[in-house]
Design a protein around this ligand. Structure first.
Ligand SMILES: *Cc1c(COP(=O)(O)O)cnc(C)c1O
Length: 373
């Protein structure tokens, strides 16, 4: 009997969605159009009626969020070293200075005490990241932002369907960015959306999205800000709509799988192997990923190789941003954020996607235990 390869993430596109994409392709209108409008309306309804605009990535949403917040040269923006590099790249992209604060070893998110300690008179904004879909303490985050008069651009790329105090991430707060990249809980193949505070911000977001253009009347066209080319297509929106129809089921299944991981690893797993499980949060997290921090007894590369030999795909999210060459060249180095540096070298993402079976989880746990022993 041959065992199929189990990837760590897998987009699942149903036949209705494939049909809807076919209809868009046959319709004669394949760029931004009615599907984008429908997707934005559904996202807005899901996020408590807040204004939502879609884009072609969850990276440009962050960059545009920074621009809307008026962040630019001379400003500092505080974020976490443990995220996809996009989170910090956008700070450089708008000409501002990235400032990192170390992470909390349990949640693996930015440590809010260290964030507050990193605030200077030049700090303009914070980009918190909800790694694996687990939010930070949102009350404290916004308390810090209010007291220091800072804008917040939430990198909620992984947190669609996550909640805080029963409220969905994105349904409250300042500017909130989501990604629909292929590995996210809901995908549009590539894409993202930004949740905005008011009509003025929405207007500005629309300008940044498409060359700064405002149209009026039959043939009126004006450009008063430098925008780019960041619009979502109706082809992508049709995928997003098809996916979004299943968000509650997908989130519920991920929570079930996470619970099963905990049950199967058992309460003595950490003591037996010296590895660290994620926080067992079934209240707030959408369980975008299930991540272990490996013990010192094995390198991540060896662990990944041996899991691969057992036909199991393992991800690593993420190596520290501040230790990448582009950031080292800006003065960052080892020793600055010791917790992030340890986690960045040892964190692994186990398979987690909505169509995984209970048996898949058992197979992964068995393989992890055999590799670690
Ligand atoms: C996926 C992701 C992004 C970037 O989103 P794209 O849609 O790939 O541009 C940014 N931050 C985090 C934390 C992500 O997981």
């Amino acid at each position: 009997m041959t065992t199929a390869f189990l990837p760590f993430a897998k987009p699942v596109i149903d036949e209705d969605t494939i049909r809807a994409v076919g209809e868009v392709l046959r319709s004669g209108w394949i760029t931004t159009g009615p599907k984008v409008a429908a997707f934005e309306a559904q996202l807005s309804e899901y996020l408590g009626g807040r204004i939502v605009r879609t884009f072609n990535s969850g990276t440009c949403t962050l960059e545009i969020g920074l621009r809307i917040a008026g962040v630019g040269p001379g400003d500092e923006v505080i974020t976490t070293p443990i995220s996809w590099v996009a989170t910090a790249n956008v700070i450089l992209e708008v000409g501002a200075t990235p400032v990192f604060a170390d992470i909390d070893p349990v949640t693996r998110n930015i440590d809010l005490d260290k964030l507050e300690a990193a605030i200077t008179p030049r700090t303009r904004a914070i980009i918190p990241v909800y790694l694996a879909g687990l939010p930070v303490d949102m009350d404290r985050l916004y308390d810090i932002a209010r007291r220091h008069n800072l804008r917040v651009i939430e990198d909620a790329a992984q947190a669609l369907g996550s909640t805080w105090g029963g409220q969905r991430i994105g349904s409250f707060g300042d500017l909130v960015s989501f990604s629909f990249q292929a590995n996210k809980n809901i995908t549009s193949s590539e894409g993202g959306c930004l949740v905005l505070n008011n009509a003025d911000e929405a207007k500005l977001a629309e300008k940044y999205r498409l060359q700064g253009v405002t149209r009026s009347g039959m043939d009126g066209l004006e450009v008063d800000v430098l925008g780019g080319k960041f619009n979502m297509t109706d082809v992508a929106a049709a995928i997003g709509l098809g996916q979004f129809a299943h968000i509650d089921r997908v989130t519920a299944r991920r929570k079930e799988l996470a619970r099963l991981y905990f049950d199967t690893f058992g309460s003595d797993f950490e003591a037996r192997f010296g590895a660290q499980l994620p926080p067992a949060n079934f209240e707030d997290s959408n369980w975008h990923m299930f991540q272990l921090v490996l013990p010192e007894t094995i390198t991540r590369a060896d662990f990944m190789t041996q899991m691969m030999e057992r036909k199991i795909g393992i991800g690593y999210h993420y190596p520290c941003i501040h230790l990448l060459k582009l950031y080292r060249e800006r003065g960052f180095h080892e020793g600055m954020f010791p917790i992030a540096e340890r986690v960045g070298q040892r964190i692994v993402s186990l398979p987690m996607f909505a169509t995984m079976t209970d048996e898949d989880v058992e197979r992964v746990v068995g393989a992890v235990e055999s590799v670690l022993s």
